[in-house]
Design a protein around this ligand. Structure first.
Ligand SMILES: NC(=O)c1ccc[n+]([C@@H]2O[C@H](COP(=O)([O-])OP(=O)(O)OC[C@H]3O[C@@H](n4cnc5c(N)ncnc54)[C@H](O)[C@@H]3O)[C@@H](O)[C@H]2O)c1
Ligand SMILES: CC(C)=CCC/C(C)=C/C=C/C(C)=C/C=C/C(C)=C/C=C/C=C(C)/C=C/C=C(C)/C=C/C=C(\C)CCC=C(C)C
Length: 515
């Protein structure tokens, strides 16, 4: 049983329905929140989005300094394809009659790994396979079979409408229309990519490579990465491809907001929700830091589950299923991010947009082990002043290492960490230090502060090996009228993943509201 603090006296025969009264209030304008809001508005719901920051987007936001436009998060974007059903960002924008120009990225990642593994994941699938097989000719068959299984998952997903798995009517329709695809997906639901890889591949170095293929987006090795997600990422990069939005990642949220307003929805900035109002066990509204209250028939939280259940709800006891979830999942590490403006001469000819650097396999998951690099100006020159490029590099870091420091020690620690990363990057970009024009360093504390995410986490990761996606919760919660959306709901981290969670959440709410 969940114990609540004293009930808030609304709605009741004594208190009239407030005006305005919304169908749904969405707390937070991350991509998960905005896709929920736009989908609902497109179905005719009266929607209000409340965002604590000055602009929308959350970890897919941006900031501008000295002529550079930096993406807050990474810039490797899935979901902008033109075919099939898995192009969820394209679909989310189209649903509210807006669109974005995107620039195709010819290489998803250039890996710089131990044992001289220097490999490019080309957009062209066969070229990628050839690059990998050149390093592991004895595993040619295993490589094709592993990535072939990923395609099986993807083809099933890409053949059907992607909506709420909590809606029996949808599930029945899918089973009726695509019985084989559904059965196959059910079979993959409890599986992890590492187990599938090991069925076909024996070479330990190649298995380490597969670990990195997973780690660089799931933040856990292949053994703990759900096969459904691996199927999406390892196939879509060659199908819809990785595409960069012209004008920067921040454009996705800007356009969704434009569409939301066109469809009759509202968004308020500098509107930090401090409490979800609950009456007789039902979520009925929200209260802001300035004391203002808003009421709605349904409340959606795009804050993480940790923030939602520990900070926003007046609960005395955590609901049992949330307790269980927290036992299964922990916060993923945050990142130390370096946003750099550099002279164009720093980049060797034909440099790719995204790089992964690791010198020692044993350190893959350590803080400052794997270094991620995005150079979005290679795709969109307008993001930096003439003659300059942006290098955004980040590496996992835990908040605990950044707590309890004086201002002076915090600044000194940031500076030391930044130079350690720059020194390592000199291996790929000789002359980086000398070519530096601008540097801004973000820590887990910055991510916590600007994104309102507990400990600056980038999402939920399994505490131990779980059965694929079986333990990942959908959108409904133990509190009636309250839904969660974003990366601590099914299917997890990533823009296309949180876009799916937005489609599913809006679908479930629309059915609940009879829209
Ligand atoms: N592929 C990429 O390159 C890339 C880039 C950026 C982000 N991402 C992914 O995007 C995912 C995050 O998306 P998301 O939609 O789950 O969430 P998010 O964290 O991006 O957005 C949450 C939003 O809610 C707001 N918020 C939080 N608490 C609030 C409160 N109490 N009141 C009002 N507003 C509040 C925050 O300010 C933020 O704007 C991450 O998993 C990350 O992996 C991927
Ligand atoms: C009965 C039952 C239960 C069932 C039946 C059957 C069915 C119907 C099923 C269905 C299912 C579904 C729908 C599913 C879905 C899924 C999905 C959509 C998924 C998705 C996913 C995605 C993902 C995961 C993505 C991710 C991405 C990411 C994370 C990215 C990131 C990136 C980064 C960070 C990187 C960077 C790098 C550099 C810079 C180098």
């Amino acid at each position: 049983m969940t114990d609540f603090m004293p009930p808030i006296p609304f709605p009741s025969p004594q208190s009239p329905i407030p005006n305005p009264y919304y169908d749904a209030i969405v707390i937070g304008s991350g991509i998960g929140g905005l896709v929920t809001a736009t989908q609902l508005a497109a179905k005719g719901a009266k929607v209000l989005v409340l965002e604590s920051y000055l602009i929308p987007g959350g970890s897919a936001g941006y900031f501008e300094r000295q002529g550079y436009r930096f993406d807050v998060g990474a810039s490797m974007i899935f979901g902008f394809g033109q075919r099939g059903t898995t192009n969820l960002l394209t679909r989310a924008l189209n649903a509210v009659n807006v669109s974005l120009e995107v620039i195709p990225d010819p290489v998803q990642i250039h890996y710089h790994l131990p044992n001289g593994l220097n490999l490019k994941v080309e957009r062209n699938y066969e070229k990628f396979l050839q690059n990998l097989i050149a390093y592991f000719p004895h595993e040619a068959k295993g490589i094709r079979r592993f990535y072939g299984e990923c395609w099986k998952v993807f083809n099933c997903l890409n053949s059907m409408d992607l909506l709420s798995l909590e809606e029996p009517g949808y599930l029945m329709r899918m089973f009726w229309e695509h019985p084989l695809a559904c059965l196959r997906l059910l079979q993959y639901f409890p599986q992890n990519a590492g187990d599938v890889a090991r069925r076909y591949i024996k070479d330990p170095l190649l298995l380490q490579f597969i670990d990195m293929e997973c780690y660089c987006w799931s933040v856990v090795p292949a053994d703990m990465t759900p096969m459904i997600n691996a199927g999406m990422v390892f196939s879509d990069r060659h199908y819809g491809g990785v595409n960069y939005p012209k004008g920067g990642v921040g454009q996705i949220a800007q356009k969704l907001v434009e569409g939301l307003v066109l469809a009759g929805g509202e968004i308020k900035y500098r509107a930090k929700v401090t409490q979800i109002l609950v009456n007789n066990g039902r979520a009925i509204g929200v209260k802001l830091t300035n004391g203002q209250t808003f009421y709605a028939r349904r409340i959606v939280s795009n804050a993480t589950r940790w923030d939602t259940f520990r900070k926003l709800l007046p609960l005395k006891k955590m609901p049992l299923n949330e307790k269980k979830w927290q036992k299964n999942y922990q916060k993923s590490p945050s990142f130390l991010s370096l946003h750099m403006g550099v002279k164009a001469s720093v980049l060797p000819a034909k440099t790719e947009c995204h790089h992964i650097l690791l010198e020692d396999w044993k350190k893959m998951a350590d803080p400052e082990g794997t270094i991620f690099v995005s150079i979005p100006t290679l795709l969109d020159r307008d993001l930096a002043p003439a003659g300059q490029h942006i290098i955004h590099t980040f590496t996992p870091h835990w908040i605990d290492d950044w707590q309890g420091l004086s201002v002076k020690d915090y600044e000194a620690k940031k500076e030391e960490a930044a130079w350690r990363i720059i020194e390592r990057l000199e291996k790929i970009f000789p002359g980086l230090d000398a070519g530096l024009d601008y540097l801004e360093v973000g820590t887990p504390r910055s991510h916590r502060r600007f994104l309102g995410r507990e400990d600056g986490t980038y999402g939920a990761i399994p505490r131990r090996k779980l059965r694929g996606l079986l333990a990942m919760p959908f959108n409904r919660t133990a509190i009636s009228g309250l839904y969660c959306v974003g990366d601590s709901t099914f299917p997890g981290q990533g823009l296309n993943a949180v876009a799916f969670s937005g489609f599913a959440c809006a679908h479930r709410i629309a059915v609940d509201l009879g829209l």
